[in-house]
Structure formats: C-alpha cells, structure tokens
Design a protein. Structure first.
Length: 125
C-alpha cells in the first residue's frame, strides 16, 4: 500500500467551500491489506457530502455522518459486505479503516474525523 507521506505531493480533493458549512469536512481513509480483496489497500474519500460525488442512499446522509466513496465515486456503506477473495465464494464485513495522520493539520481535526467515522458505523483500526 502506498501512503501519502511517501510522496512529495498529496492532493486532497474536496469542494473548496466545504469548511463554510457545519456538517464537517472530507478526508481520506485506507483499508488494510487484510481487508476483503476488493477493498484491500484502497484509498477512499470519507465525505459528509457524498451526494456531491455520486448517487448515495438518503438513509446514509445525516448531520455528522460520512460515507466512503471509492475511486469510481461508488459509495461503500458501513454495513456493506465485500467479496473475501477473487473466487467470489463468500462475503464478509468491510473491517476497519485506517486514518492517514498526514492529512490533518491538528489532533483536533483527526479526532473529529475519527468521531464522524464511528458515528457513521465504520470500524477504525
């Protein structure tokens, strides 16, 4: 898995005016290598505004909550099941996500991100 700290440039894409509204800010998370194969090592955007990026069920849009979006802007909900292996024989829960410390300018920002993930139903590593 490649981490942002290993590169000279790390682009955090989000709406420029996101900080002006009170729902929170977007940030990135990764799945560990031990996650289901279709998620393992992936970088995903956790956003309180997932509807800016793609079609998201209204059941998951609420104040203080985030939804994970993959590179194709498809939502990955906390109660989703993912294929365990390439053979597609069994599905299992997503497992924990990891926060990337380098993207936050303060511990308070990272703690807010952690709280929003937990409040949204995602597990943290």
């Amino acid at each position: 898995m490649t981490r942002p700290g290993e590169h000279a440039v790390f682009v955090h894409s989000r709406p420029w005016d996101e900080h002006l509204v009170t729902f929170g800010e977007s940030f990135f998370v990764t799945f560990a290598d031990g996650a289901p194969y279709e998620l393992a090592g992936q970088l995903m955007l956790a956003s309180p505004y997932p509807h800016f990026y793609g079609g998201v069920s209204a059941d998951y849009i609420r104040r203080g909550a985030v939804v994970l979006l993959d590179a194709n802007h498809d939502p990955v909900y906390p109660d989703d099941l993912a294929w365990e292996s390439e053979e597609h024989l069994q599905r299992r829960p997503l497992g924990p996500v990891e926060l990337i410390e380098e993207q936050f300018s303060s511990k308070a920002q990272m703690d807010a991100a952690r709280r929003s993930l937990e409040a949204s139903g995602y597990q943290l590593a």
